[in-house]
Structure formats: structure tokens, C-alpha cells
Design a protein around this ligand. Sequence first.
Ligand code: GLV
Length: 390
Amino acid sequence: MKIEPVTGWSLGISGKSLLNTGAANRANACITPPFSPIFMMPSQSDKIPVNPNEISKPVLAEAKEALIISVKTAVSPPMTHLPIATPQAIKYEVMFPEGRDFTYEEVFEMIPEYDVLCSMFDFPVNKELIDHASKLRLIANYAVGYNNIDVAYALEKGLTVANTPDPVTAPTANIALGLMLDTARRITECDRKLRTLGKDMKVGVLENLGMPVTGQTLGIIGMGRIGKALAKRANALGMDVIYHNRRQLCIEDETKLNVTYVSKEELLAKADFVSLNAPYTPDTYHILGEEEFKQMKPSAILINTARGPLVDEHALVKALREGTIHGAGLDVFEFGDYPLPELLEMDNVVLTPHIGTQTMETRIIMARTVCNNVIGFLEGNRPVSRVLRP
Ligand code: GLV
């Protein structure tokens, strides 16, 4: 059946790794009843069959709502074979890049035509883009973090901004916990030494000693959803948990989570592990720098799974080199996707390339959440996870 050009709403999906991770295509997760079906082009790299031609009629019949969206990509013509889709049934048009990312310049050029922009957490949605987007009504970010968006300006212009907090919480807390255990117990370091040194690696009851974790103190900076999820995990390990946050939790929540509110200074002085779980805002930029490292214990380990610029990475290198603090487990870096080269040389540092939410299950649920936000916004039939303030 031929699909005619569509009028009405359009959704622009842009941004790095929406396609790299297959996330845009994973938006097809929405075909699962009772969600509205969204048809997406299959990409070569997909592990999940997403060819709309393979979507069976029974699946569609089961879906409570039949919201049919035609899909165009930057490089292919519009899809021409959708089962049971009639031109009348098509309500929305989705555009996404195929095999590569849209550049900022491409999005800038296309954006005046679009009502919705689905952006990745590292795609800049700045004043210039917002001003150019004359039809834009919704920015749906594929992330819990939204520091890539000028939220204050978007809200001022009457736009809605949405994010994906729920699916991100547990996986990010899990990575923070993993980095804590790994750095403290030297798991990656020992693995690396065994592989490279083989039988030349020194082993023995007093070699490769680590930190106990159990009975030690975790200081969490930023007690939102991820901070709380990490506190629960630390409780289970027998750790004491102290925290610092913009606002103190209510006493019931503190009791339930078994956490104690302290000033930032007290947290830095007492914690064996300092975990950053705060959003990146002008207030949290370099929340840890040279001065703060000096306030920490020489045995302390820093964990950052939030955003790189929360830490002055040059100061961190210096603190680690000089033994001001003991180690670091980092999933994010100040200057983009890669750490400063000095960090790569340090055995007391565990580095992961922003994999906090990197499981297929999480990717699918995040994509589904973006779709739900978009459809909820456009159709008004399901909750939208709105960002209410910068
Ligand atoms: C990941 O970093 C996110 O903000 O969801």
C-alpha cells in the first residue's frame, strides 16, 4: 500500500547515538500492546527485528489504539509498504537519520518544519535552535539529564521539555555501585595485571589489598532518584550513608533510607567513598575541585556517574597523582567522551565510557518513554514526564 505524504504533526528525531545505539529504531518498542504502534525503519545494525512489514495483524489488532506514524529517513524514500496502514490512518510523520547522526547544522535547517524534537543528552538544544524552531512545541530528551537543553529559555518560550527519569535510575545506581566495588577491590586492576603479567603477577595474602566497603561510609552528593537507589544498595552492603543535597529529605525518607544529611564539608571529611549523583547545572559545575579534594580523606575514592563537568578533571589528576585522594571510578568525563590521558595510566582509576544506562532493556524502555512522552503530549492520553524547571 502506498503511503502518501503526510500532513499534520511531525516528529524530528535527532542526535548522536539515537541511531548508533539503535534507540530511534527501538522506539518501535511502542508496538507492544497496549501502547500505540509506531512504525520505524529497520536499521542494519538492529538486533531486534523491527521491520514493520513483519508486524502481524494480530499484534496491531491487539493494540488498544492504532496510531500510525509514517517514517522517513534522511537517506531513504518514505516507506511504501506498511501492513493495514491507510493514508487516512497516518497521523504523524517521523524523521530520523539512518546510519549516522544528524549534525547540528542539519537539525537547524530542518527544525522549522517540526513540532517535536527528540534529542539525545549530548545534542545541544540552545537558544539559537529554539529561536529557529518556529513550530516546535515539545523537546523530548532521551535521558534523565537535560543539561544539553536551555530549559529556562525553552520554558520561557512556552515549549514543553520532557525526559526519561524512571528507566535510568536503577541501571545508573548499579554502575555507581559497580565502580565503587571495582575501584575499592581492584577488580579491573587485578584482571589487567593477570592478563598482561600472567605468572609474573605478584599474588599472595598481603598482595593486591583493597578497601573493605562494608562498614565504610558512602557520601552521596545529590539525593534524587539515583542517589536514593544507590543509598539502598549501600545499605545492603552494610555501609553508613551520609548525603548532601540542595534540600534535606523529610525525616520519614531519611529514616526509610537510613541516611544522614550533612554539609558538603562534613561529607567530604567523613566519606570513604564520595559519589556524585547530582544534575549538571551552573551550581554543580566543578562541585569537586582542588579545594574539595584536599578536604577528602587520602584513602577516599571518588565515583562519578552523573556528568563529567561536575569534577575539575585536571585537579582530579593532580589529587590522584599526589595521593590527596586514593582512587576514582568514572563513567563520565569533563571533556566529552574520553578521559584526560593521564587517567588512563593510573591503576587506581576505573574508567567506563558513559555506560550507566547501557543495557538493551534500558535502551528499549528509554525509547518507549520518549515515545510515551511524545504521544502523551500530542494526544493528551498518557502522562508526560515534564521538566518543570531548569
Ligand atoms: C544519562 O546519562 C542520562 O542522563 O539519562
